[in-house]
Design a protein around this ligand. Structure first.
Ligand SMILES: CC(=O)SCCNC(=O)CCNC(=O)[C@H](O)C(C)(C)COP(=O)(O)OP(=O)(O)OC[C@H]1O[C@@H](n2cnc3c(N)ncnc32)[C@H](O)[C@@H]1OP(=O)(O)O
Ligand SMILES: O=C([O-])CC(=O)C(=O)O
Length: 472
């Protein structure tokens, strides 16, 4: 717990506007901070850090831009500010400097807040991503309760979701429903009222928390409408965590293994630095001061692409096709043959390769570790096939010689566990990823606003213009 004097100084420096004033009483007397208090403490220091960076290094060179970068999806260019996490090609993701195993050691779990379950809670990850600090158990409990209190959907959003055809892809439904919530955006309203730029981050944070709280109810309603699973009732228990409530709503309230798996899944998919398609999209759209609902809706549409988040749906369909072909207890050579058939048909092997990573994804390792600790998963034929494939595929992909990273990414493992627990509708899997990515994308939007980052607008060139430039 930080000292009272630091809290007061930080609160003064944050200078919140009247309508967004933070209840200073809760800072003065309570033994725990609210998330909003914690962010208010961080903002002045971040602003100071940015000011100093600009003052000391504004002209410093961060590398050259080559034609291959421009033509190659901007790979490797250092052109975005992203506070929540940094991805190292050899070590994998670190959330404010903490690897996944570090997070597993220090972030509060369900058990820590009086529920059953050993995995870190998405609420803990959200707190870490927003503030850079490991929350106390009490702070996480309070955040869980806040999310539960804000979790119910307005009736207009229910009606909109209920009007979608069942045949519409769940991700299209998800993104549309999220966009519709901008009807109630506090940021959009505050902007209309002319709130000062220095205060934008506060209604952005309020919208972000409201949205994160409502994502499970949106996702559960889509699941019920499309697949007839769960009871379709938004019964949110104020004593449960975000994923405890989500699990109840999708009909898994009594499956401890599944609930804990979803907590782990959603915590570790939360952030993967800023350049990935979904996170970058949220940042780009948000840079036009579109509110968090619109920004995150756009992010979900990017996540719905098969080279990004939709790969988890692709993996499961592909793995089941393989299982049909090779049967249970498949040999390595059967799996190799199936991999070659995929490659020779000109398709990618879903769940393998990565734009940045050059090693097995630590998120894949974390999900595999989960499988190893659960007796109900150890003997699952689909989990075993996915694990076996992860040992065989890198050699095949190396021999194939195209992909820069022949190792499994997170999508290789995530779906088979859901499948084994009975959530077999794999066209729904990316929706679960979409609940998670908000944990990283929305905190950055808050930071974008707090730091007053400008509208994103890189320079583009036509091939003619490039030729002219390069000839000079
Ligand atoms: C949460 C996530 O988003 S993780 C990523 C999820 N996506 C997937 O699993 C889909 C399969 N993987 C891929 O398509 C790619 O590896 C990506 C999209 C993840 C990364 O793309 P890139 O950075 O362009 O990869 P890379 O530089 O290694 O690509 C070089 C070549 O290898 C190919 N390649 C890359 N991965 C694979 C793969 N898994 N199977 C077959 N070929 C591959 C590329 O298609 C490219 O071929 P091309 O030269 O004919 O266009
Ligand atoms: O980092 C990327 O490009 C893709 C990815 O793994 C993620 O967004 O989780």
């Amino acid at each position: 717990m930080m000292s009272l004097s630091i809290n007061r100084a930080a609160m003064r420096a944050a200078a919140p506007a009247r309508q967004y004033a933070i209840a200073s009483q809760s800072v003065r007397f309570a033994s725990t901070k609210t998330l909003k208090d914690a962010v208010a403490e961080v903002v002045p220091a971040k602003r100071e850090q940015l000011k100093k960076l600009k003052a000391d290094y504004n002209d410093a060179n961060l590398g050259q831009i080559k034609l291959e970068n421009l033509l190659g999806g901007m790979r490797g260019l250092k052109v975005m500010l992203w506070e929540g996490s940094v991805l190292d090609s050899e070590r994998g993701i670190a959330f404010h400097g903490k690897s996944i195993p570090d997070c597993e050691k220090v972030l509060p779990t369900a058990q820590d807040i009086g529920l059953s379950g050993k995995e870190m809670l998405p609420e803990s990850m959200l707190w870490l991503l927003l503030t850079g600090q490991v929350p106390s158990k009490e702070e996480v409990k309070q955040l869980s309760a806040e999310l539960a209190s804000k979790g119910k959907l307005p009736s207009y959003a229910e009606k909109i979701i209920d009007s979608f055809p069942k045949t519409m892809h769940p991700m299209t439904q998800f993104a549309s429903a999220v966009a519709s919530l901008n009807h109630d955006s506090k940021f959009a309203e505050a902007y209309k009222q002319g709130v000062r730029k220095t205060e934008y981050w506060q209604p952005t944070l309020e919208d972000s928390i409201d949205l994160i709280a409502k994502l499970p109810a949106i996702a559960a309603r889509i699941y019920h409408n499309v697949f007839g699973r769960g009871d379709g009732v938004q019964k949110i228990d104020s004593n449960l965590d975000l994923i405890g409530n989500y699990s109840q709503m999708i009909g898994y309230g009594d499956n401890e293994g599944m609930i804990d798996y979803l907590r782990l899944y959603i915590a570790i998919h939360g952030d993967h630095e800023g350049g990935n398609v979904s996170a970058h999209t949220a940042h780009l759209v948000g840079s036009a001061l579109s509110d968090p609902y619109l920004s995150y809706s756009a992010a979900l549409l990017g996540l719905a692409g098969p080279l990004h988040g939709l790969a988890n749906q692709e993996v499961l369909g592909w793995a089941l096709d393989m299982q049909k072909k090779v049967g249970d207890n498949a040999s390595e050579s059967d799996i190799k043959e199936f991999l070659w058939t995929t490659l020779k048909s000109g398709r990618v092997v879903p769940g393998y390769g990565h734009a940045v990573l050059r090693m097995p994804d630590p998120r894949f390792s974390a999900l595999s570790r989960f499988c190893d600790t659960r007796p109900e998963l150890k003997n699952s034929s689909i989990v075993q096939l996915v694990q076996k494939t992860s040992k065989v595929a890198p050699e095949v992909l190396k021999e194939h010689g195209k992909t820069k990273n022949p190792y499994p990414n997170v999508d290789a493992a995530s779906g088979c566990v859901l499948y084994e627990y009975g959530l077999k509708e794999w066209s729904y899997y990316t929706v679960i990823f979409g609940i998670s990515r908000a944990l990283g994308a929305l905190p950055q939007l808050v930071m974008d606003r707090a730091l007053g980052l400008p509208i994103e607008r890189p320079k583009s060139l036509s091939m003619d213009a490039l030729e002219e430039l390069l000839k000079k």
